[in-house]
Design a protein. Structure first.
Length: 129
């Protein structure tokens, strides 16, 4: 279970790093980039990759999980609400700017962002060959 959670956490960090780099690349061009955490979904079947311990954990966590429509609300809010226009490069959760809960030392590390961007470009180049 530890390995699965570590991989999951790294994938989320990569999402944040990539979005923050995209925000920097598009800054001043009128395109907003939002980093979103929709919450935990009971419909999400990630527990399969975590084994029996993961299934138990997800069962215990289900009362605290969101429905799909509740999870989608932050994405919809950022996409259409006038309050979010021009607020790019922020971390959003449950329809509010949750930048204070973001691991800033990692998320705003421009060197890490750059390295992930370059590795992503190389992976895409290899796929396109």
């Amino acid at each position: 279970m530890k390995r699965g959670m570590t991989q999951y956490g790294l994938s989320k960090l990569c999402n944040i790093l990539f979005a923050m780099k995209l925000h920097r690349n598009l800054d001043g061009k009128g395109i907003d980039v939002y980093v979103l955490h929709p919450g935990s979904f009971i419909e999400q079947d990630i527990s399969n990759s975590l084994g029996i311990a993961g299934k138990i954990l997800f069962t215990l966590a289900s009362p605290f999980s969101k429905s799909l429509s509740q999870g989608a609300s932050t994405t919809v809010f950022c996409a259409v609400h006038p309050e979010t226009k021009g607020i790019s490069g922020k971390y959003w959760q449950s329809c509010w700017d949750d930048e204070n809960n973001l691991q800033k030392e990692l998320a705003h590390d421009e060197e890490l962002q750059e390295e992930l961007w370059k590795r992503t470009e190389k992976l895409i180049e290899n796929i396109e060959k």
